[in-house]
Design a binder for this molecule. Sequence first.
Ligand code: 2BA
Length: 109
Amino acid sequence: MKLVYAIIHDEDVDALVSEMNKESFSVTKLCSTGGFLKSGNTTLLIGVEKEKVDEVISIIKKISKSRTKTISAPMTPGGIGGVFVPYNMDVVVGGATIFVVNVERFEKV
Ligand code: 2BA
């Protein structure tokens, strides 16, 4: 058995969870926060048999869309004084960040 972790945009959650349920995959949804942007995202946990991992990943790929976020980053100008001047920077986030790990033991009691 494998456990798929998928970090996705909050905006894609409803469509993705619906599609997973439609295809009979069980999903647990966790609220998470990206360490770089420090904004909310969603982590899905999906436990599946090894043979089903590719199917799960193809559903994630189909539904998760990448988006560009503009962030304000401080920069120091070359001049004297070290004044920080904010400038805008575009960051492409996702579609999805996916980890697949082995599950040593799985039980429902
Ligand atoms: P964040 O950490 O908020 O990162 C959002 C986006 O910012 C990233 O998109 C990437 O394009 C950019 N980014 C991240 N760290 C950066 C850095 N040190 N310098 C410049 N740009 C940087 P994604 O790569 O698509 O990642 C989306 C979210 O997935 C991340 O949100 C984080 O929550 C998670 N993630 C990505 N890679 C991960 C990893 N190796 N381990 C754990 N979580 C990861």
